[in-house]
Design a protein around this ligand. Structure first.
Ligand code: PLP
Length: 374
């Protein structure tokens, strides 16, 4: 079986340094807020050329905490794409906001042409979701945000290391929110997330919110561990995950290189099929967190591939406004047609750095065979 994703090969490859790091970290005697989180935060910020960075408990928390700094009032709206991951939406609602969905374009990213129409007097922010490994058109989003005085919070959960006009994902908006969910470009062996910002006051506030609202002094030391300056959360990244992530951050460029190589193999082999293949937009560096294709007969194709021992996944099969949890909150949202069409036909093929070229070739050959029958 070719699994859609697996960490087994990665773990086997890096077993020694990973285990050594974990042991060393445990021996240091800190489970939270020790050297590992400090040095990981420093390394991440330096690598992606931002001023400040805060490691948190998950990508969902990264979004929630960033949104909390906006002090949303009832009825305040946050614009985002209709085909995003559930957590983009739950973060908005849990921060007290109302999601306002915008349809997607042919690249599965928020349709730039439709954003301005969705802006109202209550719009406080926009969350461009850089889905599947590719960044949204940030030049236009920046222009619209500036004109309408709204904050940009980038959802970079699927696009760590991606670039738009040479700017890294997460460094264009006020906040860049990352996920270290194990399948991601930089995956932990558990949950984790990160926020990048160039705003010092926001950075200080995010550090407070991350840990019960307690003020920090330098690094991750606390002014008074038992005194809250504002109402916060518990969203710590533990030392073990920080040490794993720090080690893997040193390898992340090679992971991305390999993802791009494999995407090239897929694109070349599948170029003359009826599948709609992913495209790298102009001015973009795509990191291929996922290799997402579209076909009107996606369901049958997926079933046939599974019979050939190839796992695929539909990310995401339901547009947000069609889910029970949100259909009542997100009412009267029209013009989301493309999100509905795409959600029925998109699916992703296996792609992770340890996948072999021969396996990708084999997947393509089987897929070509399946497609010939339509
Ligand atoms: C686009 C997007 N946003 C947010 C998240 C939330 O990240 P996490 O699972 O780390 O909470 C994810 C991850 O699943 C995601 O893909």
């Amino acid at each position: 079986m070719i699994k859609f994703w697996s960490y087994e090969r990665e773990f086997n490859k890096y077993r020694k340094p990973l285990i050594k790091n974990i042991e060393k970290t445990i021996k240091k005697g800190n489970i939270f807020f020790g050297d590992e989180i400090n040095s990981f935060e420093k390394k991440f910020v330096k690598k992606y050329k931002a001023k400040y960075g805060i490691a948190v408990g998950s990508g969902t928390d990264a979004l929630l905490i960033s949104l909390k700094t906006l002090n949303l009032k009832k009825g305040d709206e946050i614009i985002t794409a209709a085909n995003t991951a559930i957590p983009t939406i739950s973060a908005i609602i849990n921060a007290g906001g109302k999601p306002k969905l915008v349809d997607i374009g042919e690249d599965y990213l928020i349709d730039i042409e439709k954003i301005e129409r969705a802006i109202s007097k209550r719009t406080k922010a926009i969350i461009p979701v850089h889905l599947y490994g590719q960044m949204c058109n940030m030049e236009e989003i920046k222009r619209i945000a500036k004109k309408n005085k709204i904050t940009i919070i980038e959802d970079c959960a699927q696009s760590q290391g991606a670039k738009y006009k040479n700017n890294f994902a997460g460094t264009i908006g006020k906040f860049g929110c990352f996920s270290f969910y194990p399948t991601k470009v930089l995956g932990a062996y558990g949950d984790g997330g990160f926020i990048l910002t160039n705003d010092y006051n926001a950075y200080k506030q995010i550090k407070r919110i991350r840990f019960y609202g307690i003020e920090t002094v330098s690094k991750n030391r606390f002014k008074d561990k038992y005194y809250a300056n504002e109402n916060g959360l518990n969203s710590r990244l533990d030392e073990i995950q920080a040490s794993i992530l720090k080690f893997k951050l040193g390898k992340v460029d090679s992971f991305i290189k390999r993802r791009r190589e494999l995407a090239k193999v897929y694109s070349k082999k599948l170029s003359s099929t009826t599948l709609k293949l992913p495209k790298e937009n102009l001015k973009n560096k795509h990191v291929f967190h996922l290799f997402t294709v579209f076909h009107a007969k996606a369901e049958i194709i997926k079933k046939k591939l599974l019979k050939e021992n190839i796992q695929t996944r539909s990310i995401y099969p339901y547009p947000i406004h069609r889910m029970k949890a949100y259909s009542k909150i997100i009412k009267n949202q029209k013009n989301l047609r493309n999100s509905e069409i795409k959600s029925k036909g998109i699916f992703s093929l296996p792609l992770y750095p340890e996948l072999k070229n021969s396996e990708v070739n084999m997947i393509c050959n089987k897929l070509i065979k399946v497609l010939k029958k339509f």
